[in-house]
Design a protein around this ligand. Structure first.
Ligand code: F6P
Length: 602
């Protein structure tokens, strides 16, 4: 049996291509002589789907009971509330406002055991090729492993952590060189504007981190005199907005593309190259001095062909870094260290590392990302809440929801299990979000009175930049946090008709002012939004996604769903090209006719 699910219970793994239907009995499967039949017999079920396991069925049964409870009552249970929290390195998670009790958690832990969750996590950290459809390891955790881990994670005979640190050292040296003025542009000017060209995972993670660091005191000081912009969309308007007021002689273009083939990124890269040539002349040296590439090792030739100096200006990452998991690689490190200095980027890596270690070693009952993942599975697959929202009460996290949207929806937006059988249970939530309190004046009406959406509230004890007017008793941050604490309670407890009536509301309006409540949320409280805390948040969410994928038996690390659209766009682009050529041909013929008519003698 091919081992695509890492070292977990190797003898029990099924082949990827199942020829036995999900409904086949053990006997039928055995009769077909298929190894899957033996697998099914071993695990005592007639289907390899997790939904056929007793652990899953027990949760389904238990969900019926939970559906009959109200959070108003669950929150009265002190023993339950005292248990439903976890904390690590300053991050505090309160999940007492989930539609769950201690029995729910016990059953979820049982399911996690059944799914060998801890072993699957270990396999990921160890560099096993768990992304089996692409035959790749999944090692974004190695991107932030410290030097003491050199020699511990090997991929195809290569030391992953050693490679990571080689590149980090190269990035540190290069970015310090630019920031000190030792490395300059083609005309000798300091390089102060950075344009990072990339899309999807090559953009969303770095932009989310950039938004945090912009107002973080250490970040804003370090960035004085520099600017960073992201060019992602192939819409020409994005180019215009990016370059409108930039001086090309002071601009460094960072092309971030793992594959170095993404159509939008490559067109934008060529556009930026032309923009520089238009100002400084069509010289190869312009590209060598103003362009940097962050791409996978396998794209080296393409980077060279573009004209980039692969000796000094190419910062590699590896096939084992998924695009949406790449912010800790050169994809984030180069543009952000150019703007904020390498030391601050390193603090972000340290925060992520701290949460990685917690995820790997803490017991499930107190493991923040595992709890988040199990509750995600609970809400989605058992309670039927297919949407969730990220609500940071921190303006600087305004791009976190967009990052999570890609991270999770591209990872778990699947319908096929690793056994090659379609899932028969709901997987893959719709994610959206907006910072509070802005969201309160936008879509919270639906959260309170419309559909049930699982909410993640994120708040900070201290603000990056607090503000308190002399004649105000509370600071702006206090005001923000008052809302942060109020919303989860309002969603959980709601407001009964009696409460509304007691406020003197007219009878006919009472139904309109009743809040059903019973809407689940989790709350995170962290000391302060720093680079370190952002690393913790990133890692937490990455591991939530992985946990859910592991429980659901899906591969969270491929993204074949994006391919069809790309392919169709190529076909349409070719049709455009043909039409343009025909138009050109017609115009040329018309012009020839006009010339002939004007000069009959010729
Ligand atoms: O949108 C699909 C995708 O493949 C993402 O997974 C990836 O982050 C993005 O495109 C960009 O890919 P690349 O870094 O190779 O340009």
């Amino acid at each position: 049996v091919r081992d695509h699910t890492s070292g977990i219970n190797k003898q029990q793994q099924p082949t990827p291509q199942l020829e036995v239907s999900a409904e086949a009995t053990d006997e039928e499967a055995d009769a077909q002589g298929n190894p899957v039949g033996r697998f099914l017999s071993n695990i005592g079920r007639s289907s390899p789907l997790v939904s056929a396991s007793p652990e899953w069925k027990r949760l389904q049964q238990h969900a019926k009971y939970i559906q009959s409870t109200h959070l108003r009552d669950l929150l009265q249970d002190t023993e339950r509330c005292q248990e439903m929290y976890a904390t690590h390195d300053g991050v505090y998670l309160d999940y007492s406002r989930q539609r769950a009790d201690l029995e729910t958690m016990r059953l979820l832990f049982e399911l996690a055991e059944k799914q060998n969750l801890k072993q699957q996590i270990e396999a990921m950290f160890d560099g096993e090729k768990i992304n089996f459809t692409e035959e790749r390891a999944v090692l974004h955790t190695a991107l932030r492993a410290d030097r003491s881990k050199i020699g511990t994670v090997m991929v195809d005979g290569v030391d992953a952590v050693q490679e990571v640190h080689e590149v980090l050292d190269q990035i540190q040296e290069f970015t310090q060189g630019v920031r000190s003025g030792a490395i300059r542009g083609y005309t000798g000017k300091r390089l102060r504007n950075i344009v990072s060209v990339g899309i999807g995972g090559s953009y969303l993670g770095p932009e989310f981190l950039h938004e945090v660091l912009k107002t973080e005191p250490e970040g804003s000081n370090a960035a004085l005199g520099y600017s960073l912009r992201f060019l992602a969309n192939v819409d020409p308007v994005d180019v215009e907005r990016t370059c409108a007021d930039l001086d090309p002689e002071e601009t460094m273009i960072v092309i971030v593309s793992k594959t170095f083939t993404t159509a939008e990124t490559m067109l934008n890269a060529r556009t930026m190259r032309q923009w520089l040539w238009d100002f400084m002349g069509n010289d190869k040296e312009v590209v060598r001095k103003h362009f940097v590439a962050c791409a996978s090792v396998s794209a080296t030739d393409k980077v060279r062909d573009f004209g980039i100096d692969t000796e000094n200006r190419f910062f590699r990452f590896w096939d084992w870094v998924g695009g949406r998991y790449s912010v800790c690689s050169a994809a984030g490190a180069v543009p952000l260290s150019l703007l904020y200095g390498f030391d601050l980027f390193e603090k972000f890596l340290q925060g992520a590392r701290s949460m990685d270690e917690h995820f790997r070693s803490a017991p499930m009952e107190k493991n923040i990302p595992i709890l988040m993942g199990l509750l995600g599975v609970w809400n989605m697959s058992f309670l039927g809440y297919n949407t969730r929202t990220t609500l940071p009460y921190a303006e600087a996290l305004l791009k976190l929801p967009a990052h999570i949207q890609q991270l999770d929806m591209e990872s778990n937006g699947k319908s096929m299990t690793k056994f090659g059988i379609p899932v028969d249970y709901p997987v893959g939530e719709i994610d959206f979000g907006e910072p509070g309190t802005n969201g309160q004046h936008s879509f919270y009406q639906l959260l309170h009175m419309g559909q049930t959406v699982a909410c993640d509230f994120i708040g900070f004890v201290q603000s990056q930049q607090d503000l308190c007017l002399d004649d105000e008793k509370l600071s702006s941050h206090d005001e923000l946090m008052a809302n942060f604490f109020a919303q989860p309670d309002a969603l959980a407890t709601g407001k009964t008709a009696e409460q509304v009536r007691s406020e003197g509301v007219k009878d006919e309006l009472i139904p309109h002012k009743v809040f059903e409540g019973n809407r689940p949320s989790i709350s995170f409280l962290l000391p302060k939004l720093t680079a370190y805390a952002t690393g913790q948040l990133l890692s937490m969410y990455e591991h939530r996604t992985a946990t859910q994928g592991f429980i659901w038996d899906i591969n969270s690390f491929d993204q074949w769903g994006v391919e069809l659209g790309k392919k169709l766009a190529i076909d349409i682009r070719n049709k455009f090209l043909k039409a343009r050529n025909e138009q050109k041909e017609e115009r040329r013929a018309e012009e020839e006719d006009i010339v002939e008519a004007d000069n009959p003698a010729t």
